[in-house]
Design a protein around this ligand. Structure first.
Ligand SMILES: [Zn+2]
Length: 283
């Protein structure tokens, strides 16, 4: 049974979704659609963790130009021993690994960052890890938790959005006032990674819907429905626009559908808001 129960939610996230658009200058929420009162709850961050792990590793002295080889792998291998992309990403540096969300790259990065330091880093970004004391939680290694494979690590959506906006772009949104001062030089590869994700990586669906440059990061995780004894994919996406000086941030979470689909949904939502005159960007 081990590994077959990555996420037990008692069906609580089924048919639930959240879309948020925040003005990064004023901090105002300019659009909100919350099906399931998710704003008051905590959601898994999935591969958004890779952004935090990237910064933590850079702060530990990791070289962003160092490459890791991601070979082809069998679908029967667990992701922790391979990568979600079974054909293999080949050689990946930090920017490419962020763009492609390469699991193998980030599992090697996780070996360089002590879990206690990582949890303290998240805490300094107002992301307090509250891990439920369940048997299932103990199935995950420190590395798996740090790359976002442990769905028990959850955060309130607005705090998650605030932490990513602050970490990558130095933009403050509501609730982010007490965030620590970060090193500007470590932000540059994160920005490039999120931009390249929209160009050729997992966030292309966001870019395809918009005629100005954007950036973003997807996350996909497995949700098990015990009653049905099967699993489904859930997804999250955080996007910024316009690139490289974003004025808005969008977060989309959906219990049904992977991260790529949420990136596309975010693009459609932003396009509609622009057409309706609800948001405006400087060209
Ligand atoms: Zn890979």
């Amino acid at each position: 049974m081990k590994r077959l129960l990555p996420l037990l939610l008692a069906g609580s996230l089924s048919a639930q979704s959240l879309q948020l658009v925040v003005n990064l200058r004023s901090g105002a929420i300019v659009f909100q659609e919350d099906c399931g009162q998710l704003l008051d709850r905590s959601i898994p961050a999935g591969s958004l963790f890779k952004i935090f792990l990237a910064y933590a590793a850079l702060a530990e002295g990791s070289d962003p130009a160092r490459t890791v080889f991601c070979p082809p792998s069998s679908p029967t291998l667990p992701v922790r021993d391979s990568c979600w992309f079974r054909a293999g990403h080949r050689n990946q540096d930090l920017v490419q690994a962020l763009a492609n969300s390469c699991d193998r790259y980030f599992m090697t990065l996780a070996e360089r960052v002590p879990i206690d330091a990582f949890v303290a880093f998240l805490d300094s970004l107002d992301l307090v890890v509250q891990i439920p004391d369940t048997d299932h939680n103990h199935e995950y290694t420190a590395g798996e938790s740090m790359v976002g494979l442990n769905p028990h690590w959850r955060f309130p959506p607005l705090k998650l959005l605030a932490a990513v906006a602050w970490l990558v772009y130095g933009r403050c949104v509501p609730g982010g006032n007490s965030l620590r001062i970060l090193e500007e030089k470590f932000r540059a590869p994160l920005r490039r990674g999120l931009r390249e994700a929209a160009v050729y990586g997992t966030a292309q669906g966001f870019q395809e819907n918009l005629d100005f440059k954007v950036s973003g990061k997807t996350g996909t995780f497995v949700r098990v429905i015990p009653q049905l004894e099967r699993s489904k994919l859930s997804g999250i996406f955080v996007g910024f626009f316009p690139d490289p000086e974003p004025e808005y941030c969008v977060l989309v979470f959906n219990a049904a559908g992977n991260g790529r689909e949420q990136a596309r949904a975010a693009g459609v939502r932003v396009r509609k808001l622009l057409a309706a005159g609800k948001i405006h960007i400087r060209r």
